[in-house]
Design a protein around this ligand. Sequence first.
Ligand SMILES: Nc1ncnc2c1ncn2[C@@H]1O[C@H](COP(=O)(O)OP(=O)(O)OP(=O)(O)O)[C@@H](O)[C@H]1O
Ligand SMILES: [Mg+2]
Length: 228
Amino acid sequence: MQILQCCNVHKTYQSGENAVHALRDITVSFEQGEVCAVRGPSGSGKSTLLHILGGLEYPTSGNVLYQNEDLFSYNDNQLSILRRRRFGFVFQAYNLVQELTASENILLPVLLDKKKPDEKYISMLIELLGIGDRLHHLPSALSGGQQQRVSIARALANKPAILFADEPTGNLDGKTGREVLSLLKYVSKEMGVSLILVTHDLHIAEQAERIITLEDGRVTQDSGRREA
Ligand SMILES: Nc1ncnc2c1ncn2[C@@H]1O[C@H](COP(=O)(O)OP(=O)(O)OP(=O)(O)O)[C@@H](O)[C@H]1O
Ligand SMILES: [Mg+2]
């Protein structure tokens, strides 16, 4: 089943006198449970595409359909509720709240949604991600790899349908990056969550089932789903 469809999306930024065409007519769909990498050189539009697919940014024209519903037909409040319940985000810089412990960071999206945490599910996430002994630490007392694992747990806390990750290993050394990437893939598969992963790194992209290549705001290659 196709969970997310991006139809004829353009994004143009106005930068002084100049128009920057970050995305030029992108049409691409994602299946439920698929692990897909989006790669391409710096400035090719990867982050812009991820933000639009995840409803964090509006396209200049075109649509994004989540389960056949147009994301951008929702008002801001409806869109932020949908994002919080159905999407998870992992960023290069972890984006943890520095004043909260690891465990408080993980529970934050659930509490923001005024829901009671599913203790069993959260404990399972913590165990899968191997962060059980770091839960009461502040982010500043955690290594980069540990912070990213906490941010993955936070992104999955609300049982999203799609996980969006923008260069999740970009701040990590090679070995830690590979460990975090394997975990990200593993937990996505375990939870049946679709993973859309932005990276400029071909080695990382090759671990996905599908690789979409962007160049200058266009899709220039799409491997389709294959064995990773
Ligand atoms: N808010 C903005 N205002 C103006 N131009 C922008 C803005 N955001 C992105 N751009 C431009 O859009 C183009 C695509 O940017 P984007 O950040 O999507 O690239 P990227 O592929 O993620 O690059 P990187 O690998 O360096 O992260 C670039 O030319 C960038 O300068
Ligand atoms: Mg980027």
